[in-house]
Structures are given as structure tokens and as C-alpha cells.
Write a protein that binds this ligand. Sequence first.
Ligand code: HCA
Ligand code: CU
Length: 468
Amino acid sequence: MVEILDSTLREGEQTPYVSFTLKEKLEIARLLDQVGVEMIEAGDPCVSPGIATAVEKIAGLGLKAEIVAHSMATKKGIDKAKACGANRVAIFYATSKIHLDAKLHKTPDEAIQIIREQITYARSLGLKVRYTPEDATRTDFDFLVRVCNVAIQAGADRISFADTLGIMQPHAMYEQVRALRENLLPCKIDLHCHNDYGLALANAMAGIRAGADCIHTTVNGMGERAGIPDLAETILALNNLERVEQYNILPLMPVSNYIEKVSGFFLAPNKPITGQNAFTHKSGVHTDGVLKDSRTYEPFDPALLGRERKIVIDKYTGKSAVAARLDEYGIEVSPAELEVIVSRIKNLDENSKQLFDTDIIDIAEQVTGRVIDVIPHDIHALVMVETESHVYIPSVVRRLRGFHQVNNVYEVTGDYDISAIVNVDNVMALNNLIDQLRTVAGVKRTETRVILKKYFANGNGGNNGNIG
Ligand code: HCA
Ligand code: CU
């Protein structure tokens, strides 16, 4: 059975400029438990007193997942892991020559002795032990096998094959995991793959194929430098491509959104699975295909994630997508009118980067000469935010930007401190969003104005230009 250890709370908090509050950490742990990951790496209690408290509280939540404390190979670290009530301690000690020489100043034999001693000590406290040879993928293979077998003999039941610098490729991963399986005493093998070349998940999937047991992930792929595999990508790849179906998929979007909000670490629109564009289609050929049968250009139904496909309308779009959008609003046009509408869209000036439904309705109105009285689904609104008097406004701004519906945020003078332009699909979504914005730490009050029409400095109104 394949397993997942999620390390958002440990590796994820090692993302540059990211730090979670205790309350946020408890919520993250609960959400991860809903997804059904087998292990949650909650932090290294030696790093700070706050982290020790968080590990302790998370261990006390009574979650289904095993709670893992990370630790250096020191008695102090292991004692703290025990004191926090973690089920397991993950002890790391580097094994590559460069780490032993330049960082640890230890000979291979000294390293082996420390690893044996500390694992034996942790076992004597009744902790389960994972041993991580940090920088394993750059470690001399015979030495790696020797160290890991010492660790297993001392009581570790898991080895984390750490690609600390993300230098592996899938074929090499496959071969090395195979070789490890052949040479290691019985143990579970975890894969901790960094994403420095964008190969982390591919490497992890290859390692699983070769017989490894567990993939380390973080929500939104956070972590040192380029991070490690994203939880949602990993689960969808396992579920859809490998038929590993034990995880709950629907909580993945909420957990990703939550982490975006509290970390201020934003997803690129083209990020797989959870990115804004993951189910958005644009060219005429693609949209026509998707409208005929979504399987033509979607690897799986976005409903699996509770998401919806989106079709953008612009100069790339063909008739069928424009007709479908008008149809959504119950706007009837003749084939000849449709031709003209599409041609207008294709000939909009180059400054019209993004067309909204209001723009399309405008064009349809102009072309048909009929008044079209519909409420656009695609709503833009201006949200004014007053913050609590003591708060640091940029941190509130950062949190607001974590909502993907929030396009632009400005700090402003006057009665309100912040103004934000938001984009939502309908009035209900606008209400929900405002409710959520009001719960953001530091937000005291909001006031919202729906944007009816937009005009630009060059005098162009209505159907060109872009907001936000
Ligand atoms: C580090 C440690 C680690 C540990 C991985 C693990 C790595 O921050 O260098 O314990 O499985 O990447 O080697 O994250
Ligand atoms: Cu790491």
C-alpha cells in the first residue's frame, strides 16, 4: 500500500518567508487528516518553543494520522520529540561526503556511530523511528546501504531516501530504489524528493513503481527552495494514474486555498490540479472539442475536485464557445449575428487582454440592436476594507491576496485602509467571499460595491481593457 507523509508543517514552514500560527497549524493538521494522509510531519520541536507547542498540541488532537516530529540526531532533539507526545521521531543525519566533510566534520565511521547511538536512544524511549540519510542521493551507494542497515538494526523501521538537492531523474530513481530494496534489511522506504529541476513528483512516482512505500508532500508544493511534491498533484497522480484510491479528493481544494491564504505563498495560474487555469480552455479548437465532449482536452473531470471547467472568450475563441456562453444567459442570436459577434471579438484592439461576460453581453447588444437584460455571472466588485487599529496593514494585504478571487489590492487613504478588486462567478459567490474576507485576521469591516461598467483613461469604455 502506498502512503503519504505530508510535511507542510515542517518542510512547508521552511519555505522562505512562511510561518504559521498555532491556530493555523492545528487547522492544517485537521484538514490533512480529512484528506487521509497516513503521516503528518508536525515540526522539529528543537527549532523553537512555538514549534514544540504546536507539535504537542497536534499530537493531542487524536487524529487518525501518525504524528511525526523531525529531529537532528541529538539526545536533546529526541527528548523533545518524546516530550511532545509524537508517535514517531524522524532523525536526520547527512551521509554524503560533502555534508560529512564540510558541514558535520565527521568521518563516515563517526557518523555511523552517532546514528546508531541516537536511534537506539529514541527506541529506548519507546518512539518509532524513521531515519533520514540527508543528501542520500549524492551518497556513495555502498556507504548508504551500510548506514541504513545500521539504522534498521538499531530499530528504525523506515528509511527516508532524501533527494535533498532534487538532482535525481525518474530512471535513476527507479534503479536506486530497486537497489536499495535488494540491499536493505526489511524496512519501509520513504521518498523525499526536492523539486529543483521540476522533477520531484516524477521522481517520486518512479520510486513508488520501483517498490518504495511512501511519498513526502506539502500542500502547494512548499518547502526549501523549489519545494517538494504538491499534495494535490501527488494524490491525483496516484488516484488516476496508479489506482491508489484511498485518499479523499474533495478536501484538496479547500486545503490548498487555506494554505494560500495563511502562508501568503501564491500559486502560479498554470500550476497543475489546483492552479486557476488547470481546467480552463482557450483556443477555438480546444473549446470546440471540450464543448462536444470534455474528454477531448481534459485528463479527468474537474468535478472530481469540486472544480468547474472554464472557457475563456477572446480572439482565439471560435463560434461554438461564444454561442455556448450566450446560451448560458439565454441570449438568442441568429447564425449571422453570431458571425458578427465573433468577428468583433476577434478584432478587438490589442489592449483588451481579458473579456468579461459584461463585455460579451455588450457586444451582443450592439450587434443585435436588442436590449439584453441579464445579470452577468462574471462579477467584479470593489471591496473596501477597514483594518483593526493595531494591525500591520501589509500583512492584511498579504492575506487578502491569498484569495484567488482577489485580483488587485491597494493600500488607500481615507475611511478605509485597503481596497481590493475581486472577481467572482455570481452573487452567491460574492457573498461567500465577503464573508470569508471578514474572517481574515486584522479585518474589522468591509464595504462592497459591484462594478457595473468600466472606463479607461484613453476613453475606451465598456468592452475592452481589463480590470484587476
Ligand atoms: C533538510 C532535511 C530534509 C529531510 C528529509 C527527511 C531533506 O532540510 O535538509 O527527513 O525525509 O530534504 O533532506 O528535508
Ligand atoms: Cu527536504
